[in-house]
Ligand binder design. Sequence first.
Ligand code: SF4
Ligand code: MG
Length: 329
Amino acid sequence: APHLLEVRDLFIEFHTRDGVAKVINGVSYHLDPGETLAVLGESGSGKSVTAQAIMGILDMPPGRITGGRILFKGNDLLEMEEADRRQVRGQSVAMIFQDALSALNPVFTVGYQITETLRRRAGMSRSDANARAVELMDLVRIPAARTRLGDFPHQFSGGMRQRVMIAMALALNPKVLIADEPTTALDVTVQAQVMDLLGDLRRDLNMAMILITHDLGVVADVADRIAVMYAGRIVEHADVHSLYANPAHPYTKGLLESIPRLDTRGTELTTIKGLPPNLMHPPSGCTFHPRCPYAEEICVEQVPPQMELGNGRTSACHFAQEVLDGTIR
Ligand code: SF4
Ligand code: MG
């Protein structure tokens, strides 16, 4: 059977005044019902852009899909009739963002904003929509939901606003929820609460989730699999436990070593030195080579293929197996 959602060999370019940036360079990932895939990477690695392409909101700056397919239940979103595409993007796949304030309209009450979606897209009556809005706000654990329908976005705290946005995203029972850095703007305690909520929701609603983040620390409890992105490619893809236990790509290894852990508290954190590449003039061969402690001549000369490591695990490194085995240098 086809996957619920599959991105297959996607390529995206941004055309700017200064030239062409190849921001997505052959990205493939997939998602099945109820699964959570974390997409991890630094800013500019292409994790949001891929999601924006799925949602059809890839317009700022002018991005262009130059290859690949985006399949929902086996049907290519890029080829289907506009009405069908709108159905998938408006209903089956929903997205939430880092900044709830900009996703919500400041001049309307949250009750109005939730019910408006239900009335316009699901054809509900006013009273049904109101009842459903309260249900949704209960679902995302907004206290005293019924009394808050008439409140405006600015009357909610940052964490509660994030919950309102999640409620809106859930209004039409999406099969896939894409969460783009949903907790980055929140303080640590609230972050944990919102991540807990997302974890519970995807379990209770059997919803698939793509969790986009730059923070390896937040995904361990929620995600089933992780796709690590660097310079518009997935450099490692593995189930969470295998990846944490034994990274198979030097970039992932570097990310893991830069997370503070209880057992290494007090020792100096390693951080990955250097900056992400300029995608208008990417480094030759493996784009990570200028920052990689294991780089050899082959890394400068040849783009590493996706090495298959078993159990669906891949690493785009010439020395993937050695990194995995811990036998590299
Ligand atoms: Fe490092 Fe070479 Fe592997 Fe790239 S291919 S990650 S430079 S060892
Ligand atoms: Mg982003």
